[in-house]
Design a protein around this ligand. Structure first.
Ligand SMILES: Nc1ncnc2c1ncn2[C@@H]1O[C@H](COP(=O)(O)OP(=O)(O)OP(=O)(O)O)[C@@H](O)[C@H]1O
Length: 583
């Protein structure tokens, strides 16, 4: 039997709710037959004078009463059906959005390397919306229609099988046309989804690069990639509508031929004396009434085919293995050891693509260790491996003697604070942006962290102080202010390991002094790993690790490395010389 639960990626509750929704819709459909049956009875009563009989007004009043009761029943059934289908389907879609987002949070960074943001947004929003639509508007109605049509068909066949056959004979033929188009529609749906993704990708790139586009004098029409993507999306949408429309209209025409067939068979049987006028008229009315839901079925089926494409993508996403590890193993020592570590971002490729090559190095606890080396030598990669954003290909990274691969990434993260150059702020209040560092922190602790990170002054100058909304990614703040907010966040987290990446690279002297002050408070008594380009800023570090092309070039203190006269000394000398330059 077809597994709807698996196919629609439903939870147990969602599947139960879907079954209830189908039952509720079927009851509504069947209840809709009540007023219809009453109408036929009234119709038959009104036609009595034609057959030299008298209208029974007692019966007529009784029928009016039945009509009223059936209207109330239809209302109650529809209300129940509304609750069972719409409310529960929106709840289920919410659950599936949350579970997709949860899954994404736990995926390894290698997954994000091969996916772009718009595809993930589509996964979370559009694919879940499609599920929502299918659960609320398609499957319950489709199943209920199929059940009620079958029941009506059987009842009619018991009454007069010849007429029932003439009403329903066109249904399977028309259905075959729709099912025959399934492959074509699936192929087109896939292409349409691709075109939509490409277009949203391009729109995103266009918006993100709007400054460059303006600076280079490119307007929308000159930005040809966006133009092409939008044109392709339009073309695919028209093609999809046209092809779907052709099949659906074809099926509808075949179905409607059933009306003519029923009239022909009915008249033939009437003239032959094998059916009476009233039952024949009843079949004529039914044929018109019954084709409505069948036509709806034909338009809903292609949407169901499209949904299969959407869940296929979500299924692929949900099948990607998450990073696992123990969540309870407590870390008590903070020395970090790289043991014969080799790592490349593209796992399938050959050794030549390795970014870190057979690296063995120790980072002492409760000390400041600087990672230096030419651009692209792998400094940031090392910090990503410590935080287990990626897993090493060979060797191991150990913290306090425990391999990070055995630790649950979220548990590991609780021991680390990050201050990156590209600070990420959320479209929320200043207060909440700091509190992200520690959601359990009291108001007092948040304020204290802000003060220690030298944020207090600029926050009090904001229109609503701590309650000021920051706009998307804190666009209303300067680079230095954003950086200090991220330090406040890290201070609040108070994690034993601090990773600083280029924290003061692009700031003016005043901002840099404030940030240095904030950082010195942050790193007090912590195990600190600093990635710095300006060697002057890390000359006081307890240990300096010099990397070259993913290998350890040398290590030691500033003085030791200067005496070595190796790569560090050369880089330092070049930087000192460049300080003397002026524009
Ligand atoms: N997400 C990624 N996917 C693929 N390759 C990457 C990725 N991130 C970095 N790399 C590559 O890995 C190498 C090391 O990058 P990394 O950022 O670690 O260097 P870095 O020493 O920090 O450089 P910089 O000082 O310029 O920031 C580079 O060749 C870079 O192109």
């Amino acid at each position: 039997m077809y597994n709807w639960k698996e196919s629609l990626m439903l939870t147990d509750k969602g599947y139960k709710d879907l079954k209830k929704a189908v039952a509720a819709c079927t009851i509504t459909n069947l209840s809709l037959m009540l007023p219809f049956t009453v109408t036929i009875q009234i119709f038959a009563e009104l036609l009595k004078p034609m057959m030299a009989q008298e209208i029974s007004w007692t019966k007529m009043w009784f029928l009016f009463g039945c009509g009223l009761i059936s209207a109330v029943l239809v209302f109650l059934a529809s209300k129940n059906d509304y609750k069972k289908t719409y409310v529960t389907s929106y709840l289920e879609a919410e659950n599936s959005r949350i579970s997709v987002a949860e899954r994404i949070r736990k995926l390894p960074m290698s997954f994000f390397n091969s996916k772009d943001l718009s595809e993930l947004t589509t996964n979370i929003m559009a694919d879940c919306s499609t599920t929502e639509h299918v659960l609320s508007h398609i499957i319950p109605q489709l199943s209920a229609n199929a059940i009620s049509i079958t029941i009506i068909c059987v009842m009619m066949a018991l009454f007069d099988w010849r007429m029932a056959l003439s009403v329903f004979i066109t249904v399977p033929v028309a259905l075959l046309v729709i099912l025959g188009s399934k492959k074509t529609q699936a192929r087109l749906s896939e292409k349409q989804v691709e075109a939509k993704l490409k277009a949203s990708d391009q729109v995103q790139e266009y918006l993100e690069g709007i400054k460059v586009i303006k600076a280079c004098g490119l307007d929308g029409s000159k930005f040809s990639a966006l133009d092409d993507a939008l044109r392709l999306m339009k073309k695919m949408a028209i093609k999809m509508e046209f092809i779907t429309g052709t099949f659906v209209t074809g099926a509808q025409m075949i179905l409607q031929a059933g009306v003519g067939l029923t009239v022909f068979v009915g008249t033939y049987l009437l003239t032959g004396g094998s059916i009476e006028l009233i039952p024949m008229l009843m079949f004529f009315v039914i044929v018109v009434r019954i084709y409505g839901p069948v036509l709806v079925e034909f338009t809903l089926l292609p949407e169901l085919f499209y949904h299969r494409i959407a869940t296929k993508r979500m299924r692929t996403l949900m099948a990607v293995p998450v990073m696992e590890g123990e969540g309870v193993k407590p870390l008590t020592h903070w020395n970090i050891d790289f043991e014969n570590v080799s790592f490349g971002y593209n796992v399938d490729k050959s050794r030549e693509d390795k970014v870190i090559k057979n690296l063995s190095v120790s980072i002492p606890s409760d000390a400041i260790t600087a990672l230096v080396g030419p651009s692209g030598c792998g400094k940031s990669t090392i910090s990503r491996l410590i935080a287990r954003f990626w897993d090493v290909n060979e060797g191991s990274v150990k913290i306090g003697g425990i391999d990070v691969k055995t630790l649950d990434p979220e548990h590991l993260m609780s021991y680390m604070s990050f201050v990156f150059q590209d600070v990420v702020l959320f479209n929320d209040t200043v207060y909440n942006n700091i509190r992200i560092g520690n959601m359990e922190a009291t108001e007092e602790q948040v304020m204290e962290a802000a003060k220690a990170a030298c944020c207090d002054e600029f926050i009090s100058a904001l229109p609503q102080g701590y309650e000021t909304m920051l706009g998307e990614n804190g666009s209303t703040l300067s680079g230095g202010e954003r950086q200090r907010l991220s330090i406040a966040r890290a201070l609040l987290k108070n994690a034993p390991i601090v990773l600083l990446d280029e924290a003061t690279a692009s700031l003016d002297p005043e901002n840099e002094a404030l940030i240095q002050q904030a950082i010195s408070r942050l790193i007090e008594g912590k195990t600190v790993i600093v990635i710095a380009h300006r060697l002057r800023t890390i000359s006081g570090a307890d240990k300096i690790i010099v990397l070259q092309e993913g290998r350890l070039a040398e290590e030691g203190t500033h003085e030791e490395l200067m005496n070595n006269k190796g790569l560090y000394e050369r880089l330092y000398r070049i930087q000192q010389e460049s300080l003397g330059w002026s524009v």
